[in-house]
Design a protein around this ligand. Structure first.
Ligand code: ADP
Ligand code: MG
Length: 245
């Protein structure tokens, strides 16, 4: 008994778990909390959809995972980093392992496709020799091999989201987070982006996708977490889009 007490305290989080939320509440300045006592366990290599009405706390959850926000209560661990206690100087290193895609693409509109993706590599000080190999390779993966030199504002929405996806992936993230990535896309482009994310997941990346796309969620047979008013109301393997009251 005595000996146990002297041993280094081990984390209770299983080795294969990559995202852990324990009783997480996030309150903004006023009103009901955006997240209210959320507990979640996501394993390495999972593909997870997060669905729920507007205002149910999905984007708040994504921001907490990125450590853009800190919880009001409860604890969050991502890739072994306890985000409640992570040092500020370690946050950039932590974020390097996350790829993120948004509904509105957030590209450098006056730059070309190549520059947009290369930029993500320069930020993390990738040697230029590597950048010259990695950018064409990732652009080929997302189906933009022929469009390096096109200015982003000359591309269709579907193409822009593929650039954003390439940018999110070029640093080989451990986790890909996507907040309504198909919200501005037509059905064909939505499917293509989702299929790409599935392919990325099959290559080992953990993928979390916030979406309102019922048809795709129902067809893809992945884990579906349903949120309502800041609470997880449903969490199912091979789930469906569920928005009944
Ligand atoms: P979702 O992404 O599911 O639409 P959000 O996480 O964006 O939901 O929002 C959850 C709740 O938190 C909403 O009631 C929203 O109005 C509120 N909220 C979100 N961001 C802020 C903020 N920066 N300040 C105050 N309230 C916010
Ligand atoms: Mg949102």
């Amino acid at each position: 008994m005595e000996k146990l007490g002297r041993k280094k305290k081990k984390s209770r989080i299983p080795e294969d778990e990559i995202i852990t939320l324990e009783n997480v509440t996030k309150s903004y300045t006023s009103g009901a909390p955006a997240l209210n006592g959320v507990t979640l366990h996501i394993k390495k290599g999972e593909f997870v959809f997060i669905v729920g009405d507007s205002g149910s706390g999905k984007s708040t959850l994504i921001k907490l995972l990125l450590r853009e926000l800190v919880p009001t209560e409860g604890s969050i661990t991502v890739m072994g980093y306890n985000l409640n206690h992570i040092r500020h100087r370690k946050i950039p290193k932590f974020r390097r392992n996350l790829g993120i895609v948004f509904q509105d693409f957030r590209l450098l509109k006056d730059r070309n496709v190549y520059e947009n993706v290369a930029f993500a590599q320069r930020i993390v000080q990738t040697p230029s020799r590597e950048i010259k190999k990695n950018v064409p390779s990732i652009l080929a993966t997302v189906g933009l091999a022929g469009k390096y030199k096109n200015k982003v504002n000359q591309l269709s929405g579907g193409e822009q989201q593929r650039v954003a996806l390439a940018r999110a992936l070029v640093n080989r993230p451990t986790i890909l987070l996507a907040d309504e990535p198909t919200g501005n896309l037509d059905p064909n482009n939505s499917w293509e982006i989702m299929k790409l994310m599935e392919q990325i997941n099959e290559n080992g990346t953990t993928v979390l996708v916030v979406t309102h796309n019922r048809e795709i969620v129902n067809a893809m047979q992945k884990r579906v977490i349903t949120m309502k008013k800041g609470v997880v109301v449903d969490d199912e393997e091979k789930g469906v889009y569920n928005d009944e009251d």
